[in-house]
Design a protein around this ligand. Structure first.
Ligand SMILES: Nc1ncnc2c1ncn2[C@@H]1O[C@H](COP(=O)(O)OP(=O)(O)OP(=O)(O)O)[C@@H](O)[C@H]1O
Ligand SMILES: [Mg+2]
Length: 509
């Protein structure tokens, strides 16, 4: 019997891709008016399940019920007509259009009749007011922050009459204040009787906002639990199948000579100063963590070091050698491993295979060649090694990397960049989008690299991570390292304070 207070129910849903059973006999039930989280390791099948619920993928077998009635979702248009809307992680907005224009775009031909812009505008305003979306409907999308763009995406599905709102890792792209704002909106939505299904790797958030949580592991459902009946440790263990350490075990740092030296680095863009005289150094055998609210120059700093941007003045030295303003290929040869924050733009070529991506930027290395040509056997073997070492969930090195789950794409970058004995590892948001088990693994790898005498520069928006991992912490604010600390010198709150502009007395550089 199908129960009435369930808005969505699935029975035996199954979806496979070549070499992977992404969803195996999935039965879930989603109650009306709840926030229901889906958690699980990278590649567990979360996004696949959500894509079937919003009509993007067709199940190989199984059934979906909406309000007790069996439905067929042949495409996303059908799903939204039935009241199921998905908010994607990669926004699909048109920058030159206003908020309202973006929201009504494509809805003109829906069951809402002929387009009346004034009426649409009033409706958008009304939606913003009702659910307290902090947005100006007249503003251009080009001028919006990431959090605001996400609000537009949510409004888009609400405007189309969504009763069930599906969000795939909505908080991965948000800063903490924006997460609070999103949760406020979501609470108002469920109070109004809407249902929210969302995916997240951040278990604290999951426990804060959800009513119930479903855990998937390797394509199978492990269980659904009430928030009250679980905790972070329990959830992590359900996900991974073994206990997970949330703390990083590391001994004293054995610090040696300077590896990276940044002197009075300046960078500007469109006449706007972004780096305003950055000074710091990272020594062999230490992890130097940069803490800061996103948008204070972290991205530009890292990209200037690796040669993706040219500084206006100042210098970057690696092991005493001046590499300021050199080309990326030349800088890489000096032994820098670089994990970029934007993996799609900087780290991977999506239409290429896992094997090809595993050697990106290294294809000129002698080790990978047989006379003048690439040695494909070697590359295949190397990739297989990465797949084993990093537990990358993929059926073969020849799969297009765009088909991997988000977290598994990140692991390919990590494997490539950590290998080959770099002197310096620059890791920007290295654990973003990774599951708890993978985070534990990456943190161990970073400590291992440090213990092997490498210099590690860690940039993370996750304060917890910076505090736990770093041997020294530099706070970046407005394009400068404004204070430096040993981790035992500051607590969370103080660090937050410095991140918002306070400077340590006598220590400003
Ligand atoms: N279009 C596709 N083609 C081939 N394989 C796919 C495709 N989409 C997903 N897969 C595979 O299905 C499995 C489940 O992927 P899915 O994206 O659902 O994982 P996920 O739980 O969302 O992981 P993550 O937390 O990393 O985002 C993975 O092994 C993935 O490589
Ligand atoms: Mg996913």
């Amino acid at each position: 019997m199908v129960s009435r207070d369930l808005v969505i129910e699935t029975k035996g849903l199954r979806k496979s891709f070549p070499g992977v059973l992404a969803n195996d006999q999935i039965d879930i039930d989603i109650r009306r008016g709840e926030v229901h989280a889906i958690v699980g390791e990278n590649g567990a099948g979360k996004s696949t399940l959500m894509k079937m619920l919003c009509g993007l993928y067709q199940p190989d077998a199984g059934e979906i019920f909406l309000n007790g009635e069996k439905i067929e979702l042949s495409d996303p248009g059908k799903a939204i007509k039935l009241g199921i809307g998905m908010v994607h992680q990669h926004f699909m907005l048109i920058p030159r259009f206003s908020v309202t224009e973006n929201i009504i775009l494509g809805a003109e031909n829906s069951n809402r009749g002929v387009l009346n812009f004034k009426k649409a505008h009033a409706e958008v305003e009304e939606l913003c007011k009702r659910y307290e979306f902090d947005l100006n409907p007249k503003e251009l999308v080009a001028d919006l922050s990431v959090g605001e763009q996400q609000r537009v995406e949510i409004l888009k599905v609400l405007y189309r009459g969504a009763e069930v709102i599906i969000m795939d890792e909505p908080t991965a792209v948000l800063v903490p204040q924006e997460v609070d704002e999103l949760f406020k909106n979501l609470k108002l939505l469920v109070e109004a009787g809407k249902t929210v299904i969302f995916i997240s790797h951040k278990l604290d958030e999951v426990l804060e906002i959800s009513d119930r949580i479903t855990v998937l592991r390797r394509g199978q459902k492990i269980g659904t639990v009430n928030k009250e009946d679980t905790n972070k440790k329990h959830l992590a263990e359900m996900m991974v199948g073994r206990p997970v350490l949330f703390t990083v075990e590391k001994g004293e740092a054995d610090v040696e000579g300077t590896v990276l030296e940044i002197n009075d680095l300046h960078y500007s863009e469109n006449g706007q100063a972004i780096l305003n005289g950055v000074n710091f150094e990272v020594k062999a055998g230490e992890i130097y963590g940069i803490a800061g609210v996103e948008g204070n120059g972290q991205t530009e700093l890292v990209e200037t070091i690796v040669g993706l941007r040219k500084p206006a003045s100042g210098s970057v030295k690696l092991l005493g050698k001046d590499i300021t303003g050199k080309e990326v290929v030349d800088i890489r040869k000096e032994g820098i491993g670089f994990v970029p924050e934007d993996r799609h733009k900087r780290g991977l070529v999506l239409p290429m295979t896992v094997a090809e991506n595993s050697i990106l930027g290294k294809h000129n290395s002698k080790d990978l060649k047989k006379s003048l040509l690439l040695d494909y056997k070697k590359i295949e073997a190397l990739t297989k090694q990465y797949i084993t070492d990093y537990d990358i969930r993929v059926s073969s090195p020849q799969v297009e990397i765009g088909n991997l789950s988000g977290g598994n794409q990140q692991k390919v970058i990590l494997a490539r960049e950590f290998s080959g004995e770099p002197n310096l590892i620059i890791a920007a948001q290295p654990t973003r989008g990774l599951d708890v088990g993978a985070i534990e693994f990456v943190r161990k790898e970073l400590v291992k690299a440090r213990d092997a005498g490498k210099a590690v520069l860690l940039i993370s928006a996750d304060l917890e991570e910076v505090m736990a991992m770093s041997d020294r912490i530099g706070v970046i604010y407005n394009g400068r390292i404004t204070s430096e600390f040993l981790p035992e010198e500051v607590d969370h709150q103080q660090l937050g304070h410095y991140m918002l502009g306070s400077e340590k007395e006598g220590a400003a550089k």
